[in-house]
Design a protein around this ligand. Structure first.
Ligand SMILES: *Cc1c(COP(=O)(O)O)cnc(C)c1O
Length: 356
C-alpha cells in the first residue's frame, strides 16, 4: 500500500478532495446554470469542514445544509457565499439567520410571515415530494395575494425532485410542469431545481442554481449507466488475525456461516458501529490485491470476518479495501440493501481520516 497509515490505526478513511472538486467542475460543465453544493450531514459523511473550503477554493459560492447548526459551523469557512438551511426556520431563530447572514429556506406562508422583510430568503414550493414547502393551497393563496411576498428579497424559488434518478418516471415531467406554473407566477424570482440526478435529466430541468450533493461525493447520478463521477472515498482496514478452520467449524455470532472446506478466516477491526452495515453479513466483500474477498458470518459491532482461503498472500497486517474505486459506495449499498447515500452518511467516527 503506497501510503503511511497513522500509527495504530485499524482502519483508514481517505477522502479525495481533488475528486470532489473535479466532480463539482464536471457538474458545472453539465448544467446550463450555476451549481451549488449540498453539504448536509457533514458533507454526506465525508467532512463538511474540509469539503466546504475545497469547493469554495474552486469557485463554488452557493451552499446548502439541512440544519441551522450545520450552517453556523460552516459560515466562517465560506465567507460571503450564500449559505442556506433546507429544513426550514424554527420559530425563534429568525435573528440568528439575519445576524449570521444565513439564508432560510421558507417552506410555508407562516415561515414567510415570520421572516418578513429581514433579508434574502429562498422560497420552497412543494411540487410532489410532500415533505416541506408551500403546498398547492398555500400557492393559491399566494397567487391571490402577491402582497404576502412584500418586502421579501427574492434569492431563489426552489423545489425538489422525487425520482430524478429514474428518467422514465412520470413524476419528473409532472414536477417540471408544476414548477413552470410557479415560475410564471413569480417571474422576478431566480429558480433552483435539479439535484444531482436532475442535472442529468437535461436542459428541461436546468435552473438558475442546481443543488447536487450525492454526485459531488462520487455516487452515481445515473443508476444503471456508467458512473460519470469519480469515487471520492477509500476505506481500508488492517487484518488483525488470520486463523484456520476445519470443515464444519463456524464463524462469529450465532454461527451463521460454517466452513464447507478447510478455510482461512481473516478478521478486521471494523463493524456495524463504524457504519459497516450488519446487513453485509455473509453478503458483502472486500478487495485484496484486486481480488474479491467474501465477508463471512455476522458483522459484529467492531469486527468483521472474511474468507481468505484462496488468498495465501493475505496475512495478519495486510490491508483490505472495504470501499474504494474498485468497490464503490453504490456497490456496497447494493450488497447491504440500501443506497449509497446511507453508506456514506453512516461512515463511522472511529476511522483515521486522511484528506488528499
Ligand atoms: C439532499 C437534497 C439535495 C441534494 O440531493 P442529491 O440527490 O444528493 O444531489 C438537493 N435538494 C434538497 C432539497 C435536498 O434535500
Amino acid at each position: 500500500m503506497t501510503r503511511t497509515e497513522p500509527a495504530g490505526a485499524l482502519a483508514v478513511l481517505e477522502v479525495n478532495l481533488g475528486a470532489i472538486c473535479a466532480n463539482y467542475r464536471a457538474l458545472c460543465a453539465r448544467h446550463v446554470g450555476p451549481v451549488a453544493a449540498v453539504l448536509k450531514a457533514d458533507a454526506y459523511g465525508l467532512g463538511a469542514a474540509q469539503v466546504a473550503p475545497a469547493l469554495f477554493a474552486v469557485g463554488c459560492r452557493h451552499f446548502f445544509v439541512a440544519l441551522l447548526d450545520e450552517a453556523l459551523t460552516l459560515r466562517p469557512l465560506v465567507p460571503g457565499a450564500m449559505l442556506a438551511v433546507l429544513n426550514g426556520m424554527v420559530p425563534g431563530t429568525e435573528d440568528i439567520y439575519f445576524n449570521e447572514a444565513i439564508d432560510p429556506v421558507l417552506g410555508s406562508l407562516a415561515e414567510l410571515q415570520r421572516w418578513g422583510g429581514r433579508g434574502p430568503a429562498i422560497l420552497h414550493v412543494d411540487t410532489g415530494m410532500a415533505r416541506l414547502g408551500l403546498d398547492r393551497e398555500e400557492l393559491q393563496r399566494l397567487a391571490a395575494d402577491p402582497g404576502l411576498l412584500f418586502g421579501l428579497t427574492p434569492r431563489y424559488v426552489m423545489t425538489h425532485l422525487v425520482a430524478a434518478e429514474d428518467p422514465a418516471d412520470r413524476a419528473n415531467a409532472e414536477q417540471r410542469g408544476r414548477f413552470a406554473a410557479v415560475r410564471s407566477m413569480l417571474p422576478l424570482w431566480p429558480t433552483s431545481f435539479a439535484n444531482s440526478s436532475g442535472i442529468f435529466l437535461g436542459p428541461d430541468f436546468a435552473s438558475d442554481l442546481a443543488r447536487p450533493g450525492a454526485a459531488l461525493y462520487g455516487l452515481n447520478p445515473t443508476p444503471g449507466q456508467p458512473n460519470p463521477m469519480q469515487t471520492a472515498v477509500r476505506l481500508t482496514a488492517r487484518v488483525l488475525q488470520v486463523r484456520d478452520l476445519s470443515v464444519g467449524e463456524s464463524v462469529g455470532y450465532n454461527a451463521t456461516w460454517c466452513a464447507a472446506r478447510p478455510s482461512r478466516i481473516a478478521a478486521i477491526g471494523v463493524g456495524y458501529a463504524d457504519g459497516w452495515a450488519r446487513a453485509l453479513s455473509s453478503r458483502g466483500h472486500a478487495i485484496f490485491d484486486g481480488t474479491r474477498v467474501p465477508l463471512v458470518g455476522r458483522v459484529s459491532m467492531d469486527i468483521s470476518t472474511f474468507d481468505a482461503t484462496d488468498l495465501p498472500g493475505l496475512v495478519a497486517g495486510s490491508w483490505l479495501e472495504l470501499i474504494g474505486p474498485s468497490h464503490p459506495p453504490d456497490a456496497v449499498a447494493l450488497e447491504a440493501g440500501t443506497n449509497g447515500y446511507e453508506i456514506l452518511t453512516s461512515l463511522g467516527r472511529r476511522y483515521a481520516r486522511i484528506y488528499r
